[in-house]
Design a protein around this ligand. Structure first.
Ligand SMILES: [Zn+2]
Length: 180
C-alpha cells in the first residue's frame, strides 16, 4: 500500500487494516487507489454548501444546534457565504456527519490499465464490492439514498452524530487533523 498524497494520513487503524486487505484481495485484477481519506470539517462544510440553497443550509444549521452540536453548525457558517448551484451534489453530510471526519471512511477507485475506472458498470466495481464486504467494510454503492460506489466505511451506522450522540463524544472520536 503506497501513500498517495497523504490520503492514508489520519485513517483509523481499523480502516487501515481493512483497506490493506481490500487492496490485496483486488490486486490480481487492479490496483485500488484511495483518493479521499480524512476530510476536514471545513472541506465537508464547503461540499455541503455548494449544492444547497440558503434555506437548506439554515435548516441544517438549526437542526445541528437543536441537537446539541452548535460548533458543527458554526463550521458551516465559517466557510460561507457561498450557496446554491455553484457546485455538484457531492455529499449528503454536514461537517461531523461523515465518517470521513473520523478516519473511518475512504473513497477509492480501481486503477485499470493505468487509469482510474469511473464507469460504474465496469466489472472492477463488482470485485471491489465483494472485497469490501469480505474485509468487513460497509459499501455505499448499496445504499438506497445517496449511493456512492467509491465510498467504504468501517461503521454500519450511516450518521456518526446518531452514533456518538453528544458533542463531547464526537470531539473525542474525530480524526486528529480534522480542524486544520
Ligand atoms: Zn466517501
Amino acid at each position: 500500500m503506497n501513500n498517495q498524497n497523504g490520503v492514508y494520513l489520519g485513517l483509523a487503524p481499523a480502516l487501515r487494516l481493512r483497506l490493506a486487505e481490500l487492496t490485496r484481495l483486488c490486486s490480481p485484477w487492479f490496483t485500488v487507489i484511495a483518493n479521499c481519506g480524512v476530510r476536514s470539517m471545513a472541506e465537508q462544510a464547503r461540499l455541503f454548501r455548494q449544492s444547497r440553497t440558503k434555506i437548506e443550509i439554515n435548516a441544517k444549521k438549526q437542526s445541528l444546534t437543536d441537537r446539541g452540536f452548535p460548533t458543527l453548525a458554526a463550521v458551516i457558517d465559517a466557510v460561507g457565504p457561498q450557496d446554491g448551484v455553484i457546485g455538484l451534489h457531492m455529499t449528503k453530510s454536514a461537517p461531523g456527519e461523515s465518517w470521513h471526519q473520523y478516519g473511518l471512511a475512504v473513497d477509492c477507485v480501481p486503477l485499470v490499465n493505468g487509469k482510474p475506472m469511473w464507469d460504474e458498470e465496469h466489472e472492477s466495481w463488482e470485485i471491489y464490492k465483494e472485497a469490501a464486504y469480505m474485509v468487513g467494510l460497509s459499501w455505499a454503492g448499496d445504499w438506497k439514498h445517496y449511493k456512492e460506489i467509491s465510498h467504504v466505511q468501517v461503521p454500519e451506522v450511516r450518521n456518526p452524530l446518531t452514533h456518538y450522540k453528544t458533542i463531547k463524544a464526537v470531539e473525542e472520536a474525530l480524526a486528529f487533523n480534522v480542524w486544520e
